[in-house]
Design a protein around this ligand. Structure first.
Ligand SMILES: NC(=O)c1ccc[n+]([C@@H]2O[C@H](COP(=O)([O-])OP(=O)(O)OC[C@H]3O[C@@H](n4cnc5c(N)ncnc54)[C@H](O)[C@@H]3O)[C@@H](O)[C@H]2O)c1
Length: 319
């Protein structure tokens, strides 16, 4: 029976816990630098918690989820890979290109599955949209991908030094989706990065910098599709959607069950407008991750190589 370690017991951890439980795994051990958080979450879900110093001390825990802030990922990934553990790490996997190459090399050498938590690719609406795009490849001319959220109250989310900001928190999800839909996007035409909420400076340390809370990038993929991606942390509510268009076709989809999937194409008579039932995407993502570890599925989604592409795009966009 598989044993799982979950590192970081904040907002994201319960989603991973439920994902493993719904995949039939009950042996889950929780870790957090603030031990009381691990203890409280363990009590809530009837699980065990361990001291962070004992992170890799239990040899039969072979699989870990990393649910900690971005700047902490590298050290954790390195420790886990060195101890031959499989890893599902929340996005962004790493903010350091050299480390990404090192992790890719080491995990390949050791036959470990190291996967980024890019959950949108597991949304049934987004999967149908990908099929629609592929079926109408030559007609799609433009795409608009949007994600917006008010941000939470955790100060690191707004801190440059801790890896927060609209780019790392939100934009990377849409960039990952766009790369998945359209192949790697590397031709950046326009970019705008803003900080609309300077009041959040009071939440971060004095020697820290406030991260951006808005970004829009206009780019093209290698076949010339015009792709605009917009992300912000100033919205009053969460919103996410994708709109694609071209002569005689349009598509709209979202991760939100209150927004419809619309796929219309005159020639091929696509005429879909439907609301999808709520589905726990973490359960699907973790099922895929476990199947990759068991070699039931070849690991081709949210690989380290994809994180390297994401890093390179961001580096070009923000330098
Ligand atoms: N996939 C998604 O849709 C999605 C949504 C939200 C957040 N995230 C990602 O999940 C990660 C965690 O975000 P969150 O909102 O849950 O953060 P959070 O601040 O709510 O929780 C993080 C927890 O990690 C603990 N922690 C910090 N450093 C640690 C370390 N070195 N070792 C062990 N524990 C440590 C903290 O004490 C805290 O309890 C981030 O990478 C974030 O970008 C992903």
């Amino acid at each position: 029976m598989k044993k799982i370690g979950i590192i970081g017991c904040g907002r994201q951890a319960p989603k991973h816990i439920i994902g493993y439980l719904e995949n039939g795994i009950k042996d889950i051990f929780l870790f957090d630098v603030i031990e009381s958080r691990a203890r409280e979450l363990a009590t809530e879900y009837n699980l065990q918690f361990k001291k962070i110093d004992d992170l890799v001390a239990l040899p039969d825990i072979g699989i870990y989820s990393i649910c900690t802030p971005p700047k902490t990922h590298d050290r954790l990934i390195e420790t886990l890979i060195n101890n031959n553990k499989h890893i599902l790490c929340e996005k962004p996997l790493s903010l350091n290109l050299d480390n990404l190459f090192k992790f890719e090399h080491l995990s390949n050498e050791k036959g470990l599955t190291v996967m980024g938590g890019y959950i949108y690719k597991f949304s049934p609406s987004h999967i149908e949209m990908k099929e629609f795009i592929e079926a109408n490849q030559n007609q799609v001319q433009s795409a608009y991908l949007r994600i917006a959220s008010p941000g939470i109250k955790n100060a690191w989310q707004f801190s440059k030094n801790k890896g927060g900001g609209a780019i790392n928190e939100l934009f990377v999800h849409m960039l990952d989706l766009a790369n998945w839909y359209f192949g790697q996007i590397d031709n950046i035409e326009e970019i705008d990065i803003q900080t609309y909420r300077p009041d959040r400076e009071s939440m971060i340390d004095k020697n820290d910098l406030l991260a951006e809370d808005f970004i829009t990038v206009k780019a093209r993929n290698r076949s010339g599709v015009s792709i605009t991606i917009e992300a912000d942390m100033i919205s009053n509510d969460f919103v996410q959607y994708v709109n694609i268009s071209g002569p005689g076709l349009m598509g709209f989809c979202s991760i939100q069950p209150n927004l419809p999937l619309i796929l219309r194409q005159s020639e091929k008579k696509y005429d879909i407008c439907e609301y999808k039932e709520f589905k726990n995407l973490h359960t699907s993502q973790i099922n895929y991750f476990l199947n990759c570890i068991d070699k039931i599925t070849t690991h081709s989604q949210s690989t380290i190589s994809e994180s390297i592409d994401i890093y390179k795009f961001l580096h070009e966009a923000t330098d």
